[in-house]
Design a protein around this ligand. Structure first.
Ligand SMILES: CC(C)(COP(=O)(O)OP(=O)(O)OC[C@H]1O[C@@H](n2cnc3c(N)ncnc32)[C@H](O)[C@@H]1OP(=O)(O)O)[C@@H](O)C(=O)NCCC(=O)NCCS
Length: 187
């Protein structure tokens, strides 16, 4: 069995942002960001029910592990250095013993279009690659032009398209599966 990766669950700094490991103290500000049905147009299952449930979820996520311990669940809150007010999150799910991660990303609508998703997801990819993750995956609804644009701008390549679980406006959509393979230099 391969040695589990040790991905440091620590703050990540970029030019304009700090990615902070999720903590319960982020819940109030993040509820204001996430309590926005428009944000979930292409990921219907993830609207937080209440501030209380978001606090509980964030408390659980501070472990960085799924409840059964079989996966690393690494969530970072995206915080602009300028004002310290959270604007979104990035996340990586890594099955124990594997060197591949499934990524997720969300930036509140008020903060979109300024390259902050690109900056935060790029930093996450670099952080995971430095820890030995060799394959980064993302699953994106085929109608989610912004997210597709983000993935492709970062070098993700579309590998497959399949029927989505989500029904939007009465129509079951399709998802694209994207991958970014990290180039490792030969010793
Ligand atoms: C996807 C999301 C994170 C992008 O955030 P953003 O702040 O708009 O992204 P950025 O400003 O960093 O832009 C990054 C790249 O995305 C692409 N992009 C941004 N806006 C776009 C648009 N309106 N149409 C197409 N591509 C777009 C561009 O390639 C852009 O790179 P560029 O600025 O060099 O052209 C944001 O729209 C979001 O959170 N959406 C809701 C949640 C969601 O759908 N998450 C993804 C689930 S798979």
């Amino acid at each position: 069995m391969s040695t589990p990766l040790a991905v440091p669950f620590i703050s990540i700094h970029t030019t304009r942002l700090t990615l902070e490991p999720v903590a319960e103290r982020h819940a109030d500000a993040m509820f204001a960001v996430l309590d926005d049905p428009q944000l979930y147009r292409y990921m219907l299952s993830e609207i937080p029910d209440s501030l209380t449930s978001l606090r509980e979820r964030y408390r659980m996520l501070t472990r960085g592990l799924s409840p059964d311990g079989s996966e690393m669940w690494l969530n970072w809150i995206v915080v602009p250095r300028e004002d310290g007010v959270p604007i979104g999150y990035v996340q990586a799910t890594i099955p124990t013993g594997e060197a591949s991660a499934l990524l997720g990303w969300t930036i509140g609508r008020h903060a979109q279009g300024w390259g902050l998703a690109r900056e935060s997801v790029r930093a996450l990819c670099d952080h995971l690659a430095a820890a030995g993750v060799t394959e980064l995956h993302a699953t994106i609804d085929s109608r989610n032009a912004r997210s597709i644009g983000l993935a492709e701008a970062l070098g993700f390549v579309r590998e497959a398209t399949f029927a989505s679980d989500d029904v939007l406006d009465g129509v079951r959509g399709t998802d694209h599966s994207y991958v970014l393979r990290i180039q490792t230099t030969a010793p």
